[in-house]
Design a protein around this ligand. Structure first.
Ligand SMILES: [Zn+2]
Length: 374
């Protein structure tokens, strides 16, 4: 499977200046080419290249391969916009410090300590720092493009690496996960993947946000932008942490993993307003994606389940009815009186459906919801 990793560069003072100038020249060139692509209404690499390749090299002092990468980046941007049916009303503007896209001709790795990158001042050999995680990853083949990023005063490379997938492990059953209403995630053993710090931080960020939004000044807007970056980093950390815990639990107990499929998450994302706020801001899509690649890396089977009516089924007796649910957090069965936390009930049903290869179908005239093979 393919995975991207982030590697920090440690350039000298002189190299920093050169890298920054290179990034700026590259993006200025992108903006120049963007104008051309816009005026000629084209996203074709060949056409753009024909029109402005020599101008790029002359105007921005870029090497021939760098100029090729500029054309590639702009063409890609316009192609993606087209596929999304976005119509630019003016040329797309590339930010001053946008990513520079390198390929093997202009970037080469020198063992695990250094990298050689082409700049405005020719090739520069720059030390890199690798954490333990990156070291175990960078030994795998790297191919294709590598992005050079400049963020908060630091330079990073983002290579894509090819990691071999281990064979799928045999399992004793399924760990079911309910991506919750009240909690971020709950499994069918009742373990809750959330935390008070998460809620506290969310409340704090929300308060700050609404205060800033009501101000509306320029500096408030700047703060808001910073805050949303902070929020998304925090969310990412939490999702990494939760997915790691879940996958480790599967490994420890030789279990496969069962989660809701995307339809379920979308459906849940349109529930009541108060919950919608929680759901959208906690991006279950991201947690899902993390679970997907982490199970793959660990050789754990991941099964996705149609989650419809899993919240209405009693995990004790199997009775399915809408009114089984008392409220968002508690479940009381109208048939057997079984009472349980609603998310735990959902997770138990998800594990059960995955094991038995079943799904629940909608009620139709005269027939209540019932189980069918999926
Ligand atoms: Zn029951």
């Amino acid at each position: 499977m393919q995975l991207s990793i982030k590697i920090k560069l440690v350039p000298s003072q002189e190299q920093r200046k050169t890298l920054l100038k290179t990034i700026e020249a590259y993006n200025e060139a992108c903006n120049f080419v963007s104008q051309v692509a816009f005026e000629n209404k084209t996203a074709s690499v060949v056409k753009i290249h024909r029109i402005c390749y020599y101008d790029i090299r002359k105007k921005f002092n870029l090497s021939s391969q760098m100029a090729v990468r500029v054309v590639g980046k702009v063409a890609d941007t316009y192609k993606i916009a087209r596929s999304k049916k976005l119509n630019f009303k003016q040329p797309h503007k590339f930010s001053k410090h946008g990513a520079v896209i390198y390929d093997q001709r202009i970037l080469s790795w020198k063992g695990l300590e250094k990298v050689s990158v082409l700049t405005l001042k020719g090739r520069q050999v720059i030390p890199i720092v690798l954490g333990e995680y990156q070291q175990t990853r960078l030994i795998y083949p790297r191919r294709g493009q590598v992005d050079l990023l400049y963020k908060n005063g630091n330079f990073y490379l983002i290579p894509v690496i090819d990691i071999p997938e281990p064979p799928e492990k045999k399992s004793k059953g399924f760990l079911g996960i309910d991506m919750g209403v009240a909690q971020l995630a709950v499994d069918n053993t009742g373990e809750v993947y959330s935390g008070k710090e998460v809620d506290k931080k969310r409340v704090k960020i929300d308060k700050l946000k609404s205060a800033l939004q009501s101000k509306g000044s320029k500096s408030a807007k700047r703060h808001l932008k910073k805050l949303s970056g902070k929020e998304s980093r925090f969310r990412r950390d939490i999702n990494h942490c939760i997915s790691k815990k879940i996958v480790e639990k599967c490994k420890r107990h030789s279990l496969s993993l069962a989660i809701e499929n995307l339809a379920g998450i979308r459906q849940r994302a349109t529930v009541r307003k108060t919950q919608r706020r929680q759901h959208s801001s906690w991006a279950f899509d991201q947690l899902r994606k993390f679970l997907e690649y982490k199970t793959k890396l660990a050789g754990i089977v991941l099964k996705t389940i149609d989650p419809h009516y899993t919240s209405q089924r009693c995990s004790n007796c199997g009775y399915i009815a809408k009114h089984n649910r008392k409220n968002q957090s508690s479940f009381v069965c109208k048939s057997c009186n079984f009472s349980v936390n609603a998310d735990l009930n959902g997770a138990t049903n998800i594990a059960y459906l995955a094991t038995a290869n079943l799904r629940i179908v909608a009620p139709t005239k005269g027939v209540t919801s019932h189980l069918v093979f999926s």
